[in-house]
Design a protein around this ligand. Structure first.
Ligand code: ZN
Length: 306
């Protein structure tokens, strides 16, 4: 009987040893992952970033998303793209972490947006919306206050159909439209159904877009800085400085620029030096994810009982 009873215990020892080795390898790997990817972020912030968006298809999970960026994060969106192929191609030549927003109506938009997506850029639909001033023309198929919800939805779906590979939307003009809750409701309902996010270009101070987006559970954030409201090299340089200050202060900042020569020249230099300055350039979906996670993250970091 003895040899028989000794044999199983010999195997049992092997199994226990094997499990111990597996556990040790797993432990070492997880420590290496945590220290390699997440220097500077507290475990509380990291877990809340992961937990907040478990699986939103519209928020890309590559390009560093899902992992807290090193240093303050900056998202740059270039919009008004598609009308001029030369200007659009200059924006497409910027690093792929720069997000590109295409107007729906230019004939070249579908092909250029698909090419930009293949190059790794995040793509937005730059949806024309009614401005306050009649002197500003938002372009064909603009969303306007007073249109029926069905008409607003029809125009939005048309705009979405023109820009392939989009993950979200930002408004072109819209200083009138984004003041109107009722007009925004069919927009946010459609974006919610399609798992798309809304970047508020904030063409007017008291825009209701973020408010209505949240009511429909559409991920949203507002633009912090316009790089080229004044189209001059000195103004763009000043706004890039402003963007860096805001990113340092809040951990994340979002800028919108346009494919003007001065903006492109400034961004070609600035993006080449951005990592050296300690910032991480992120697609705008990552910035929105971080901004939406922030209240949860700061609550998680508060001492218990406060
Ligand atoms: Zn625009």
């Amino acid at each position: 009987m003895r040899p028989h009873s000794a044999r199983p215990s010999f195997f049992a020892l092997h199994i226990i040893l094997g499990m111990a080795v597996c556990f040790l390898i797993g432990f070492i790997a997880s420590v290496a992952w945590a220290s390699g990817t997440d220097a500077g972020a507290t475990p509380a912030l990291r877990s809340s970033l992961f937990d907040y968006f478990p699986a939103r298809p519209s928020l890309r999970s590559d390009t560093g998303s899902g992992i807290a960026p090193r240093g303050p994060a900056i998202a740059i969106v270039i919009d008004d793209l598609g009308s001029s192929e030369a200007r659009t191609r200059r924006a497409m030549a910027l690093p792929s972490a720069v997000t590109l927003s295409f107007l729906p109506y230019p004939a070249a938009t579908p092909a250029l947006a698909a090419e930009a997506a293949r190059d790794g850029h995040e793509i937005l639909v730059h949806v024309p919306m009614q401005p306050l001033s009649a002197r500003h023309n938002p372009g064909p198929m603009a969303l306007k206050v007073g249109q029926s919800p069905e008409e607003i939805t029809r125009r939005l779906l048309w705009a979405l159909s023109r820009v392939p590979d989009h993950t979200g939307v930002n408004n072109h003009e819209g200083s009138r439209f984004t003041l109107d809750r009722a007009a925004l409701e069919p927009v946010m309902q459609t974006l919610a159904e399609k798992n798309l996010f809304f970047l508020d270009s904030r063409t007017i101070g008291h825009s209701k877009a973020s408010l209505v987006a949240r009511a429909y559970d559409v991920p949203t954030a507002g633009r912090d800085v316009f790089l080229d409201d004044t189209i001059s090299a000195s103004a763009v340089a000043r706004e890039l400085g402003n963007l860096e200050r805001q990113a340092r202060k809040h951990g994340i900042a979002i800028a919108i620029g346009h494919p003007h020569d001065v903006t492109m020249a400034a961004l070609e230099r600035w993006t080449a030096a951005v990592a050296e300055k300690g910032f991480t350039l992120v697609p705008v979906s990552t910035a929105i994810r971080m901004e939406e996670a922030r209240p949860t993250a700061s609550a998680a970091l508060l001492p218990s009982g406060s």
